[in-house]
Design a protein around this ligand. Sequence first.
Ligand code: GLU
Length: 445
Amino acid sequence: MRVIEPLYAEILRRNQGEGEFHQAVREVLETLDPVLRQRPEFVDARIIERLCEPERQLIFRVPWADDSGDVHVNRGFRVEFSSVLGPYKGGLRFHPSVNLGIVKFLGFEQIFKNALTGMPIGGGKGGSDFDPKRRSDAEIMRFCQSFMTELHRHLGEYTDVPAGDIGVGGREIGYLFGQYRRITNRHESGVLTGKGVNWGGSQARTEATGYGCVLFTAEMLRSRGESLDGQRVAVSGSGNVAIYAIEKAQQLGATVVTCSDSDGYIVDEKGVDLALLKEIKEVGRGRISEYAERRGENVKFVEGAGVWNVPCDVALPCATQNELHEEDARTLVRGGVKAVAEGANMPTTPEAVRVFQEAGVAFAPGKAANAGGVATSALEMQQNASRDSWTFAHTEERLAEIMRHIHDSCYTTAERYGSPGNYVVGANIAGFELVADAMLAQGLI
Ligand code: GLU
C-alpha cells in the first residue's frame, strides 16, 4: 500500500459518504503494489487517479404515478465509468438502497470484470432507489418508461448499453426497450441486453451469471484436484443469479441444501426442488417461506439472516453486497468449507475474505466469478451486431470457454505476481493491466 495510501486518502476526501465505493476501491488498490512497482509508467500517467474518477456521472429525476394516481419522485443514476475497452456496459439496479456510492462501487467493479471477460466492453452501472416490491405490472411499466425518457439520450449501441441487476429482469428490460424504441424511432437491438429471445435477446443470458459462477467454482476445484460432484452447496439469495447457480450446481452433481431471501432462509437436506423454487420466485414473485410451506415437513424455514450457519463444502453468496461477515466466514471454515465464489457483487466483507484466505479456502471474487452474466451480454451484442441468433448449446459453450479463460488468467496472474492461489490478486491485476495498457495507448483522456 506504499504508493497507494495517499491516493486512497484523496479518494476518501473527494467522495465523502460513499462507503461501498471506498470499500471497492480499497480492495483493488491493496493488491496493485506489485504491478505498480513493475510498471512505473502507470504511476506517471496517473492511471489510478483517472480510473477512480468516472468519465461521466448522471443523476436525474424520475417522476411517475401509481395505480391510485398518487405521484412519486425517485432518483435515477447512470455512472459511465470507463469506455477505454468498449461502450459503457453494466446493469441497472432498482432497489430502495440505491444511492450514488452503491452505483459507483458497482460501476468500478464492472470496469475490471468486463476487462477480464476479454470482450470489448467498458464499465458502467445505473439504477434507481425505486422499490419494485408489491408494485403492479402497470406501475413497473410507467416507472420504466419515465426512467428511460430521461436516460435514452445518454445511451446507444456504441455509447452505453445497460442490462439488468437486482430488481431489473426481463420484464423491466422489455418496458425500457419499448420506450427507447418509441422515443428514438430506432429498433436498435444493441442498446440493451437481457432482452427476450424472440426480440433480439440471447439464449443463455438469463442463466449466464449463475451458470458462470458455478463453472468458475468447478475450475477452482479442478485446479485442486477436486470436482463439484457430490459436494454440499449453500447458496444465498433466490433471484436470477441464485436460481441458475443452483441449476448448474445440480447438473454437475452437487446437492444444494439452502437458499434465502430478505425474510430468511430454507434448509432442504434432500436438495432444493428447483421447479418449485422457480414457480414461487419466477412466476409468482413470492417469498421463500412459501417454499417451506409447499415442500412439506422435512424443510425448515428460518426467519431472519443466518444462511451461513448451514455447514457446506461450497458456499455461493448470490444475494447482495456485504451479506457474508467475518463471523459467518469463521462458521463456514469450522464447517469445512473448501471453496467460496461470489455470485453477487461484493457480498463478502474484507474481513471475511481474509478469514477464507488465511484458512486456505479457494475464494473467487465477484469480478471474476460472476462475470458470466456480462460476458453473455457481450455475446448478445455480438449477435445483435451481426443480426444473428445462436443456439443455447453454442452460447453456453462460449460462456464456458470464457469462464475457463477468466479462471486461467486470474490463476496465472496471481502466480506471476507472487500470490499463488489468490484469485483476488489475480483478478484485480489481470483486469487492471488490460485497462491500464489501453489507457496508456489512448493518451491522456
Ligand atoms: N448486472 C450484471 C453484473 O453485475 C450484468 C451486467 C450486464 O450484463 O451488462 O455484471
